[in-house]
Ligand binder design. Structure first.
Ligand SMILES: NC(=O)c1ccc[n+]([C@@H]2O[C@H](COP(=O)([O-])OP(=O)(O)OC[C@H]3O[C@@H](n4cnc5c(N)ncnc54)[C@H](O)[C@@H]3O)[C@@H](O)[C@H]2O)c1
Length: 307
């Protein structure tokens, strides 16, 4: 499979590295900065003899080289700086997203688009509109990352390996993230049986602020190791056609009583893209918070027309 990664910054380059190391396909890495994707591609090829992967990567500034892609991952755009919210990136990154789609979509009309640039939910919606691709082939990465952060924080709190923790977050990639305590388990036991209410809320709030915590420590730029791992989990599901359910930003059509808006929900992912949305058993409060998140995203997407 041909996997184009647009944007050769920290998220793009670590995504390219993970795709090569896992042997998931041939990578085309593109950026507007001359020499950057070429230099990174050469560096990654030189690691191939040591790591034992195929050196199948091209670095380019020319969209002609992306033609015929099966998957296009869009990481182009500005990351947050300390004190910024993801929404502060809306105007600048909307312009970049429109430019990227106009360049990449004509040469790869059958591609699946995985949007990563922030603000995630709004950029995914913009990518779908600008490309005109079927909605099942346009979705965003956020839920795998937010869920991974939550799983790690729970594991750290309880002193258990992260692999023993299952947890999922829905809603938006931001303050309206919806954590589901009843669906979180540690070694098969429900999380609410293991920690008190205050601890639960502290873990969820840390997850909501997970990106900002890294941004504040780095002082320049935002997270990329956990984001690229999350992107590659989605690429793997597509390439291997696993049809596994992963939380991602998908187009809703009546699920959870929500329609016609991109929202973080569990969705089955395979070669055709999103194959279905999984409807978890949510209580009234969880449903209400999911619907609030959806309305928040819908309102912001309406603002996109003015930026
Ligand atoms: N969805 C998520 O969970 C998640 C997680 C981490 C980062 N992000 C977002 O991903 C984006 C990238 O983050 P990063 O840390 O890699 O940033 P970065 O600054 O390291 O890299 C961004 C790259 O995009 C390139 N670029 C800018 N305009 C372009 C265009 N028109 N065409 C092609 N390339 C272009 C830049 O030259 C740069 O190399 C940011 O918007 C960030 O907020 C999202």
């Amino acid at each position: 499979m041909k996997i184009t990664v647009v944007g050769s910054g920290f998220v793009g380059q670590t995504t390219a590295m993970r795709v090569l190391e896992k042997g998931l396909g041939e990578v085309c890495l593109i950026d507007i900065i001359e020499g950057k994707p070429q230099g990174l591609a050469l560096d990654l090829k030189e690691a191939a003899p040591v790591e034992g992967y195929e050196p199948s990567i091209t670095g380019t500034n020319d969209y002609a080289d992306t033609a015929g892609s099966d998957i296009v991952v869009i990481t182009a755009g500005f990351p947050r700086q300390p004190g910024m919210s993801r929404m502060d990136l809306l105007g600048k990154n909307a312009a970049i997203m429109r430019d990227v789609i106009a360049n990449v979509a004509p040469g790869s009309p059958d591609a699946i688009l995985i949007v990563v640039s922030n603000p995630l939910d709004e950029m995914t919606s913009l990518a779908a509109d600008a490309s005109g691709f079927p909605k099942r082939r346009v979705f965003g990465m956020a839920g795998v990352l937010d869920s991974a952060r939550l799983r790690f924080f729970i594991a750290e709190e309880l002193g258990v390996p992260p692999s023993e923790v299952e947890a999922i977050t829905l809603g938006s990639h931001g303050d309206a993230m919806v954590a589901l305590p009843r669906h979180a388990t540690v070694g098969g036991r429900p999380l609410p049986e293991l920690v008190d209410e205050a601890t639960l809320e502290r873990l969820f709030q840390r997850t909501r602020d997970g990106g900002a915590e890294v941004v504040a420590l780095l002082k320049s730029g935002s997270a990329y190791y956990a984001p690229s791992a999350s992107i590659v989990a989605m690429i793997r599901a597509i390439v291997k056609d696993t049809k596994e359910a992963l939380p991602l930003c998908a187009w809703t059509s009546g699920e959870y009583g929500i329609s016609d808006v991109y929202l973080g929900v569990p969705a089955t992912l395979g070669r055709a893209g999103v194959e279905g949305i999984v409807e978890l058993d949510l209580n009234e409060d969880e449903l209400a918070r999911l619907r609030d998140a959806a309305e928040g995203i819908r309102a912001k997407c309406a603002d996109l027309a003015n930026v």
